[in-house]
Design a protein around this ligand. Sequence first.
Ligand code: ZN
Length: 384
Amino acid sequence: MKLYQVDQDVLRFTSRVRSVKEKEDGVYITLESTYFYPEGGGQPSDMGTINGKEVLDVFTEGEEIWHRLASFSGLTLHMPVECIIDQKVREDHSIQHTAQHVLTAVLKDQLGVETVSFHMGKAYATIDTDLEIDEEMRLQAENEVNGLIGKNLPVSTYYRDKYNLGDIPLRKAVQVDSNIRIVQIGDIDWCGCGGTHVKSLKDLRLFKITAVEKYKGGSRIYYVAGERAFRYLYEMEDAIMKLKAELGVNLDELPFRVRQIREERDEYRKAQGALILELAEALAENFEEDTVVIEVEYEDELMKALGNQMMKKGKIAVFYRGDGRIFVFTGERADARELVKPAREAFRFRGGGGKTLQQGFIEVSSEIGPFISSIYEGLLKLEL
Ligand SMILES: [Zn+2]
């Protein structure tokens, strides 16, 4: 039995160093006794200090609990040490972990959905389910969990062994026969669990599902509880306030206004596309030669549209800009890849394309002139 399980409230304790191992990524030590929670069951390890040195990691190896510290810890064998567990981190982990028990219970009992796995990170925690969770289920689960938080159900921990489990309806069969640690939440949930938990559900304060993704035939549910849930809401509020101010609308108008802006943008794009095509058609009329190499000040879209018009007329066109942007349109009359090849090999060019069109950037401005000359020479060789 680990000491944090005996008394979860001990966050300051003294002990002695039992073993020390120097490794590349830090100093690993075991203590004669430790209340640090080692990583396990989806819950990350406690944080804190040993003699003022930051504890980076706590994990079990066999029966031993190892603490990883940054190097140069100055700790030696049998040395007495003062240990402090970071209370805020412990509380946060206990809150997210207990929230998982409640969410798992609600999903199973109200929606018939099994929890497959659980993972807790620094910013959010996730559970994976065996069935897909839709929007309605998400809302229902969130409401149910918050309802149970409102009821302030007690969370208690006690030990049983396999033969005196009695009628305790464990949610999942456990692997051990004796000293089974049972975590009970009110009269809704009994679980064999080694993690840290809050003492009553009011400590969760607020529960929020922040995202649901499809995952391996089921769903991955991202959630936050306690302080994390409030922080999440503050961030959301801040973003919405900024959007409201930016668009000059009330909250209820916000989604409509955003949709309106998107629709307007789509309309403009359509109209702009039509204008560019019209302009390209008109501009293409100005070229009488069959082969055109010319510097332009057009945007990419117009360069492309104009090139397409030129190809339609059976012409070859090379359009380039002062910033090194270049389009080479050959259509059916030549292989654009072959035409650009010598220039590509001699100068710094980033781009590509197919047989009828090559496009890209001449990367160094002093090479624009020579690059174009090289293509020009290629065109002369074509003897068109
Ligand atoms: Zn647990």
